[in-house]
Design a protein around this ligand. Structure first.
Ligand code: LER
Ligand code: MN
Length: 274
């Protein structure tokens, strides 16, 4: 497993659960100085990701790009894949598709989290799941053209009513035959929704594609009350080789959150212990 830390480039998401908020250069430098393997970036849009600068920073600092978030489409433009308005759904597809392409060029995945939307009075659950399935099929295929998968992230009940539990999402992906899509298992959301985090990960098996490495209070692992030892054992048991990416609040400071995230990663991934 590999370590990653989040860099947010969206001013509107400054209060969000991201460690670094002061630009790509400062974020990459801090990530590398601490010893992370990779960064995960939350850009304003595909066009808002300065790809040449990012390529240079990754090379200079020996970092990989773990994943790219798409949530700015929701935060800044109110786009979502299940919106009642077909034109807005189309814009959401396009917004995500462009990020899939830019991430794919770096050998990285794109994340669908808050862009999934929710069912409501205007969109029934059945209709919302049809919209989601159609989008995941299309965008998963687009990721596959880059040799990547697309990441779908079940969120807690306060953020979506589509899928809150990992195994429900896994079963749905399998039953619909949706390929090239894996799950982003965020330990913060899972702490709210799962009876047993480790069992949920085992049930998902090879559909686990990415992990947000966060404690129960969405601070760095070790600053809340989630017991991550069984989580790591479960990930090892299913042969997970991907990223544990710190998507947490920058508390008490960004540096502290990053340092604690990496320390907890090293503590629990024994072979990487210093
Ligand atoms: C995004 O990764 C996520 O976890 C959502 O809750 C948006 O904050
Ligand atoms: Mn997350």
């Amino acid at each position: 497993m590999k370590s990653a830390v989040t860099i947010c480039l969206v001013p509107e998401a400054r209060q969000g659960p991201f460690v670094f908020h002061d630009g790509l250069e400062a974020g990459c430098r801090a990530a590398a100085e601490l010893g992370f393997d990779a960064v995960e970036v939350f850009p304003e849009s595909a066009a808002g990701l300065p790809t040449e600068q990012l390529r240079g920073l990754l090379a200079t600092h020996g970092l990989a790009l773990a994943a790219v978030g798409t949530g700015a489409g929701w935060v800044k433009h109110g786009l979502s894949l299940c919106h009642a308005d077909a034109a807005i759904r189309r814009r959401a597809w396009d917004f995500i598709g462009e990020i899939v392409d830019v991430a794919g060029a770096f050998g990285a995945t794109a994340i669908i989290g808050s862009m999934q939307g929710r069912s409501d009075a205007a969109v029934s659950r059945a209709a919302a799941l049809e919209h989601l399935a159609e989008a995941l099929r299309e965008l998963g295929g687009r990721a596959a053209a880059h040799g990547q998968v697309l990441l779908y992230e079940p969120l807690n009940r306060y953020e979506t009513n589509l899928f809150n539990r990992q195994a429900d999402a896994a079963e749905w992906l399998r039953s619909r035959g949706i390929r090239h899509v894996k799950l982003l298992c965020d330990l913060f959301h899972m702490n709210i929704e799962e009876a047993d985090l480790a069992a949920a990960l085992v049930a998902c098996g090879d559909l686990v594609g990415h992990v947000h490495w966060a404690d129960s209070d969405r601070r760095a692992v070790g600053l809340g009350h989630t017991d991550v030892a069984p989580v790591v054992a479960a990930l090892e048991s299913i042969g997970y080789r991907g990223f544990l990416s710190a998507e947490v609040f920058p508390l008490p400071t960004p540096q502290d959150a990053a340092r604690q995230s990496l320390a907890s990663f090293r503590h629990h991934i024994a072979r990487l212990a210093p």
